[in-house]
Design a protein around this ligand. Sequence first.
Ligand SMILES: Cc1ncc(COP(=O)(O)O)c(C=O)c1O
Length: 427
Amino acid sequence: MEFTDFGNKLSSHSGILQLMDDIAKPLPRGIKAKPLGGGNPARVGEVEKAYRRELEKLLADGDSFENVIAHYDSPQGRVGFLRTVAEFFSSNYGWNITEDNVALTNGSQSAMFYLFNLFSGKANGRTKTILFPLMPEYIGYADQGIEEGTFCSVPSKCEYFEDHTFKYKLDTEGVSEYLSKHPEVGAMAVSRPTNPSGNVLTDSEIGKLAELAHSYSIPLIVDNAYGLPFPDIIFTEDAAPIWNEDIVLSMSLSKIGLPSIRTGIVIARKEIIKAVGNINAIAALATGSFGPVLADNLLGSGELTRLAKDVVRPFYKAKADRMEELIRKYFDGTDYYLHKIEGSIFCWIYLPSLSVSTLEFYAELMKDGVVTVPGEYFFFGSDEQKEGKPYPHEHYDKCLRLNYSGDDALIEEGVRIIAERYRQFSV
Ligand SMILES: Cc1ncc(COP(=O)(O)O)c(C=O)c1O
């Protein structure tokens, strides 16, 4: 038996596989997990109650439940929900969209897989690429290109502050220059908020990227899995929801309570939406109905965005503040920098004095049951090496991503151990 190149590429080890495996894998006997690794969001009671109420209404309404479970939705997604999404965004944000501009997918992870492969790979005798203009970027993208070598990136710039914090900045000139020299770029993509760093690209940075996308006639894919207006895990002021015909906006219901139900929402120009629906038919027949059924009334009535703003954002803001306090307390006296926590459910810590790579440090922490995600996986899309390392960014093997949405006591214990081990593994 022999796998194809496609088979080998998609079935080989990847960072995202390791991360998802770590979520479920039991640790050696007697070691309690301190889960700061994967991307599991928290349980938020008020949000759960809202979905429960929707489900109870469905169950009490004649044979509505049976009608939901007994039929496939269309490949583009549940039609009523596509309309609700279009109406919601056109009436609240003035976006000129109809249901033909909206498609659903089984989770936004699948949406990104479809989109990346729509715009990268062989086309008219050329190999097209996806440009990630702000590296480090989401580990879950790194292996999604079906063809080898189709992802490229521009390393982010970095600003350091005296209070042990730092912030990634878009290298606008670097991105412009890359685009001018590489006509094969088929699309640009960013996550906003950025997973892993918790950076939130400002309106002006997004505006610049959208202008560049427009002038090169390529789409700008904005992954809004943590963004506005839901789940609204954004703590900065200069970020507003944005869509226009140059932007492909990917959204998700995962971080607003429904990660297990797998609902991604794509808003884009009609040709792209048609393509996404057609890929769904081939890859999945249809999308799951439950996310749309549970979220339809909540979105249409404004309750979903109210929950996002009044419940989900404050919940994660409190967690983020607490995480920052813990890091300051336990890392005090060490050489560390914390990326400003502007959004998402992660913090990203730079440990310049680490004497080993973060892949090695991660393995060391695992022995104590502390699950983290090593930074190396978030740097991809470059052939350039720096000081013998596979990615030309000084942070390449010196950062850890920590999920701060879990149990407070376990997080504290995890941070304490990470700081203790950092002291042992410092040059
Ligand atoms: C930036 C980003 N995009 C997309 C996803 C995929 O989410 P889902 O497939 O659950 O919608 C995640 C999950 O953690 C993420 O962090």
